[in-house]
Design a binder for this molecule. Structure first.
Ligand code: HEC
Length: 274
């Protein structure tokens, strides 16, 4: 708790003694517990009329493979999922075969390694959670298969998080293996800045590889991975909505023309003359 009080802006210094007393007495009234909310970024895919930005997803896969995959698994993704969505089949086969996959047992009961094929899952960097924690100073790098949907405002949050590393403000003790990140709840994260400098990845399409470009691309890739059928669903939704719209007019027109004869007819009941 102590360090939180120390990150108050200088102008607040005069009131901080009082505020401190209050926050000690009533922890629930300490309203700077929340990390800053990430800004709303204009990701293309957010609009109801837009699809995934596939060229960016493709670059994002490169970033994931070359940077994030050293620590983060994506167990729910298989190489075949990307075929014809992100990359052509031939290229995916090439990429899959660049990984060694443990298979077996063979006729002699031994496990063996072979080059990956399309039906294999993305290889995980660690055999189990304990190994992952051991390698990362006790922190477990979460599986990123559905992370953009798992987090509140996932796209904005992950983008902000990846670029949210700063020097810790004076007075904050950052122990070894933790890093100061503005957007991580609590401010100290166990992940070292993964996109620490420009040019970490060679983009095949020649896009300049800046930090923010990589962050955008990898977020788009994670978004695609969490919802590969997103485009299809959005398209069907739009078609259904426009069909309903047209249908409303047709039914309305039919209703009017069907009933117009009755609705505009006047019926008089007069006394029968006997
Ligand atoms: C050196 C290993 C390492 C690399 C490389 C790495 N991460 Fe992480 N990541 C971690 C660890 C460890 C955590 C858990 C941090 C914690 O709980 O304090 C983490 C956590 C995360 C989280 C979750 C944050 C949260 O709020 O729970 C996201 C999202 C994430 N990483 C995305 C990425 C992306 C995207 C990349 C690639 C650009 C990447 N990471 C590269 C180790 C890594």
């Amino acid at each position: 708790m102590a360090w939180r009080r120390l990150i108050r802006p200088a102008g607040a210094a005069a009131t901080s003694a009082a505020a401190l007393a209050v926050s000690v007495g009533h922890p629930s009234r300490c309203d700077d517990k929340d990390p800053p909310h990430p800004p709303r970024y204009p990701f293309w895919v957010k609009s109801i009329f837009h699809a995934h930005e596939i060229p960016s997803v493709r670059r994002g896969y490169e970033v994931y493979r070359q940077v994030c995959a050293t620590c983060h698994s994506m167990k729910q993704l298989h190489f075949r999922h990307l075929v014809n969505f992100v990359l052509p089949e031939k290229r995916m086969k090439e990429i899959a075969s660049s990984y060694d996959v443990v298979d077996g047992p063979n006729d002699e009961g031994e496990m063996f390694t072979r080059p990956g094929i399309l039906v294999d899952a993305f290889p995980s960097p660690y055999p189990n959670e304990e190994a992952a924690r051991y390698a990362n100073g006790g922190a477990n790098p979460p599986d990123l298969s559905v992370y953009t949907t798992a987090k509140h405002e996932g796209l904005d949050y992950i983008f902000a998080l990846l670029l949210g590393y700063r020097d810790p403000p004076a007075g904050i003790d950052v122990r070894d293996g933790l890093y100061y990140n503005v957007y991580f709840p609590g401010g100290l994260i166990g992940m070292p800045s993964p996109l620490h400098s420009d040019g970490l990845v060679d983009y095949e399409d020649g896009t300049p590889c800046t930090k923010s470009q990589m962050a955008k691309d990898v977020v788009n890739f994670l978004c695609w991975a969490a919802e590969p059928a997103h485009d299809e669903r959005k398209l069907i939704g739009l078609k259904a909505m426009s069909a309903c719209f047209v249908g409303t007019f047709i039914v309305g027109f039919w209703y009017r023309s069907m009933w117009i004869g009755f609705k505009t007819r006047r019926i008089d009941f007069t006394k029968a003359v006997m």
